[in-house]
Ligand binder design. Sequence first.
Ligand code: THU
Length: 162
Amino acid sequence: MKKRELKISFEEYSNLEDLNTEDRSLLDQAIESVNKAYAPYSQYYVGAALKLKSGEVVTGNNQENVAYPSGLCAERVAIFYASSQFPKMEVETIAITAKTDQFEMDDVVAPCGACRQVLSEYEIKQKKPIRVMLHADGGKVLIFDSIKSILPLMFHAEELKK
Ligand code: THU
């Protein structure tokens, strides 16, 4: 038996003012998108903004349903919409943020497992990493250089061929 370690490195900004103009603008669009979320059951509002290589920005937010599992997270709303509109898209960065007035947020919002899996599909498809920017209302910003960093040991198509 061998003990192994997986290391993930990421950038941490204590303030969104410290981001470069392009990242700041993308995050601002995610923050704006939060206000259009439909989350009457959790009152937890999430926004995602995708920057495509073409320069296009696509946003999405969480859409809940009274039959709870029928709702969808902001990240999947955004990326499914983006792919449906721009099937040849290349995603450079996804910015994700959240807001609630139910409690004080002291950490970033981290995408759920299903969203990480869905995002990984597009990263593999485009053969280029998707940067991930995580934020929450009033807090710090974390930047990861790929979906792989937040989904180590991911299931991928090669597994189906073995
Ligand atoms: N949610 C997202 O939209 N993205 C995440 O990364 C985490 C969770 C949504 C799903 C649900 O509408 C609400 O947040 C509470 O879980």
